[in-house]
Unconditional design. Structure first.
Length: 498
């Protein structure tokens, strides 16, 4: 009961994050990493083992990481097991891998980690990994920084630190390191939640010196919960409070629990009109698991994406990402309507359609599942294969910076159209069209600065917009016509890309 009250207390007042953009200044490199739109990929199967991705780390008869490490230690010893894991982590990404990612315009990687990997296993006390965290995993965190964060930075690639494995599991599946009982035990364990909050505080402090941390994800695929999702809400709030003690800038990523609209409303309810709490909502897109999807043919799945992927959501003030997706469609679907005869073509159509819709609806970006497999080609789960086929394409990376004449032309045309329309609506109204001009100019000039960094575009648009909106109000004062600034800002972003 005490732990529950403590979690509730810590989550009761969620403080705003620092503005995504510094008033009076253009974006810093760190701010671009934190707010650009990402064309990304997961590095699955490394710090959180998954047998179907890399089976060599699994002794016979084991299926999850906890069972694997337990048997490896039993069959050999702790030192040999530690060496095996460290060689695996250290060799997972080669310099050629990083070069390939950069050459193919990948801007970010999402790296799944388990709580047992962090800070020498300090946060595994009282958990199922306690016996191994401070021995086998004692150097995992340092290896993560040296072999992943730092090489990524050298190639202008950011990192989403994804705490994929939580004690007891955030869902009923067994892809988070521990053998699942079919229950998401984490949500009823307030002691474990408090320990994770302390861990997130450490991570925020320890990684603050790195410019290329795009975000800290505090849970992966939280189980679905009816509204109000009290356990998740309390945990998210408490985690934010701990993280903001050390870092008021880092984007904090939460799971949508398979109900994105619910968590958009939660974010909105915890932030004011001018201040962001710095949260990005993560949604995953798979169309190969549910019975409903298996009943559909591939063309039907592709057609339905527009109406079932991140739809009917009030995005005002809320930024989204798609942290996992693939080009996989179930065999039952491929058996329908002679689809297998056009498989390559349909896979490309499916990937391109996802890329296009995600690019419009999840500004923070997308992360394909996954980058590499032990047994070579992972087919429609394989990022390299899908990129080479042309199925997965970067949709928000620019080839250059427009010249100033284009800005003048676009501003003049759009300001004139805006002014003419609204003056025509009510010629007696004293509109403030200069606010539209200010919003358009701000969005364009910020977009120019992003574009100078490898063609980056503003992706965390809502947080960025709130920051610049507050700056405008401080300079020009509030007004019932602040909507004109907002319309100008939105149009400036759109025209810069257009």
């Amino acid at each position: 009961m005490f732990d529950k009250l403590k979690i509730k207390s810590k989550s009761s007042n969620i403080a705003p994050a620092n503005p995504a953009a510094t008033p009076g200044s253009g974006p810093s490199k760190k701010q671009i990493y934190q707010s650009r739109s990402n064309f990304g990929v997961n590095l699955g199967g490394c710090f959180v083992l998954e047998k179907w991705i890399f089976h060599k780390m699994f002794p016979e008869g084991t299926d999850c990481e906890l069972d694997a490490v337990t048997k490896l230690v039993k069959d050999s010893n702790t030192d040999e097991t530690k060496k095996k894991f460290e060689e695996y982590w250290s060799g997972f990404m080669s310099e050629d891998d990083w070069k390939w990612l950069q050459e193919h315009k990948v801007t970010s990687v999402r790296v799944p980690l388990g709580y047992w990997d962090v800070n020498g296993g300090k946060y595994a006390k009282g958990t199922k990994f306690e016996k191994y965290a401070t021995t086998v995993y004692s150097n995992a965190w340092d290896i993560f920084k040296k072999k992943f964060i730092e090489p990524a930075a050298a190639h202008n690639i950011s990192v989403v630190v994804d705490i994929h494995g939580l004690p007891g599991g955030a869902n009923g599946a067994d892809h988070s390191g521990e053998k699942s009982s079919g229950k998401a035990e984490f949500w009823s364990d307030q002691s474990a939640q408090l320990t994770m909050c302390d861990m997130f505080e450490f991570i925020a402090k320890d990684l603050k010196s790195y410019d290329n941390i795009a975000g800290l994800q505090i849970v992966n695929e939280a189980e679905f919960a009816n509204d109000p999702a009290k356990e998740q809400s309390r945990f998210y709030g408490a985690a934010l409070s701990h993280i903001r003690k050390e870092d008021k800038d880092i984007p904090v990523i939460i799971s949508d629990g398979w109900w994105p609209g619910q968590w958009a409303k939660w974010v909105q309810s915890n932030q004011s009109g001018n201040e962001s709490i710095g949260v990005v909502v993560d949604s995953h897109c798979y169309r190969c698991f549910s019975d409903d999807d298996k009943k559909k043919s591939p063309p039907q799945i592709i057609q339905d994406l527009d109406s079932d992927l991140l739809t009917n959501i009030d995005r005002n003030g809320v930024d989204f990402m798609v942290g996992e997706y693939s080009c996989v469609i179930d065999g039952e679907s491929w058996n329908k309507d002679n689809a297998n005869s056009k498989r390559d073509e349909l896979v490309v159509d499916y990937g391109k359609r996802q890329s296009e819709i995600i690019g419009r609806r999840a500004g923070f970006g997308s992360y394909f599942w996954t980058f590499k497999f032990e047994s070579g080609n992972g087919g429609e789960w394989d990022f390299k294969t899908m990129v080479d086929k042309g199925a997965i394409v970067p949709t928000t990376i620019l080839n250059g910076v427009p010249d100033s004449s284009k800005f003048d032309e676009k501003l003049e045309g759009n300001l004139s159209a805006h002014s003419d329309y609204w003056n025509g609506q009510n010629s007696n109204e004293k509109y403030e069209h200069d606010r539209y001009k200010d919003g358009f100019t701000t969005a364009w000039k910020d977009s120019e600065e992003f574009a100078k960094f490898n063609g980056s575009t503003i992706g965390r648009e809502q947080a960025w917009k709130l920051a610049r909106r507050a700056e405008h109000i401080k300079q020009k004062g509030d007004s019932k016509y602040i909507w004109e600034w907002e319309q100008g800002f939105d149009k400036g972003l759109e025209e810069f890309l257009g």
